[in-house]
Design a protein. Structure first.
Length: 374
């Protein structure tokens, strides 16, 4: 029993010490009234900025590791990322520029230098490196770096042509997204997950207002209106307005929200919206901008649901792992008992065999003694 208790404690320490990207899943409704699986689209308070206290502790820890092992390039690459998250991009570049010469095909070094160049506004250099990183490791960032490439291409277009380019053009067009769906390898929910990952990793670097994030959210709204759920389309449009500072642009998003609600009402299917989304529907019909005011509260609501589910899932995983270990221990005990029984059985056989042999020898000795006596 004590052994099981120790295992359970170790399992919980292992489960709770692992960082998790808060990305839950639930069932929403498409505009035809069907219930559809959909990843959550939201940004809670913890996603909007970096944990500076934790980053400073990481910086100190990595610097100590580098002192002990100055030839370890992995520690240096990790330190460069921490420095970028702390806003010390020049310091990060002073680490990464020498590293890229020594490790030109090391994905983390290539991708980190690309990010550093992007933060410094060196977009052409950033694009070259992010493309190279995607070639080296297309599965990095859960396979979503194709969006990062499209973002850099769009930022270069805006820089060269017109600063308002992103308010008039989509960074990623619906045609491009439909082509990805047409390949048969990616489903609608995977596109949502790719957008979510890229948006959430970008948000702490780029607080609102931000034209890139506003543009991505608008595309995400359009995509979910056609291929996803009403709920996610509504949230995406609301976030698009949250990250925009342009009244004309926001007016266009308002029209999209009104059109989304009109399609919902015109549909004859049953839309059993959750109480939270029913409330958001009413607010969006009064004034779409009211949605923006309630986004933070709604994100906290979704985050609390995710954390409760994570806690429940962690308990289930821990129990399953503990049961598995307990069964392994029981099997080991059973095999040990079986081995002991076999040994005991063998011992009995050896004993009986020895007695029989001894009796036979005794009889032979007596027979020989009788013959001698005669």
């Amino acid at each position: 029993m004590r052994f099981k208790l120790i295992l359970l404690i170790l399992l919980f320490i292992n489960l709770w010490s692992k960082p998790a990207l808060a990305c839950g899943n639930f069932y929403g409704h498409n505009l035809q009234g069907e219930i559809v699986f959909s990843p959550d689209i939201y940004l809670s308070a913890t996603m909007l900025s970096f944990d500076k206290d934790w980053l400073w502790s990481q910086k100190k820890e990595l610097e100590e590791k580098i002192k002990r092992k100055p030839q370890n390039f992995q520690f240096k690459s990790d330190l460069s990322l921490v420095l970028m998250q702390l806003g010390m991009t020049d310091s990060a570049l002073s680490i990464l520029r020498p590293l890229i010469k020594l490790y030109p095909t090391e994905y983390n070094v290539v991708a980190n230098l690309g990010t550093a160049f992007e933060l410094k506004g060196k977009l052409d250099s950033a694009l070259i490196l992010i493309r190279k990183g995607y070639e080296l490791n297309p599965l990095s960032h859960r396979g979503s770096e194709w969006i990062h490439i499209k973002i850099l291409e769009a930022k270069i277009k805006a820089k060269r042509s017109n600063p308002t380019w992103m308010q008039r053009n989509a960074i990623i067009t619906m045609e491009e997204l439909e082509q990805r769906l047409g390949e048969g390898e990616l489903k609608a929910e995977q596109v949502n997950l790719d957008f979510n990952y890229q948006i959430r990793t970008r948000v702490p670097f780029t607080p609102a207002p931000n034209a890139v994030l506003s543009n991505l959210f608008e595309t995400l709204g359009d995509f979910n209106e056609k291929y996803g759920t009403y709920e996610q389309a509504l949230l995406a449009y609301a976030y698009s307005m949250k990250f925009s500072s342009n009244p004309n642009y926001n007016e266009n998003i308002r029209r999209k929200i009104k059109n989304l609600n009109r399609q919902l009402h015109e549909n004859k299917g049953e839309h059993d919206l959750s109480p939270e989304f029913h409330s958001m529907l009413i607010r969006s019909e009064v004034d779409p901008m009211l949605l923006v005011l309630g986004l933070d509260d709604y994100a906290d609501h979704l985050d609390s649901i995710y954390l409760r589910n994570q806690s429940f899932d962690s308990l289930k995983i821990a129990k399953m792992q503990l049961d598995s270990i307990a069964k392994a221990v029981e099997e080991k005990d059973r095999l040990a008992d079986e081995k002991i029984r076999n040994q005991e059985n063998h011992s009995y056989l050896y004993l009986l065999g020895g007695l029989a042999l001894g009796l036979l020898v005794g009889i032979l000795v007596r027979q020989l003694a009788k013959r001698k006596a005669q």
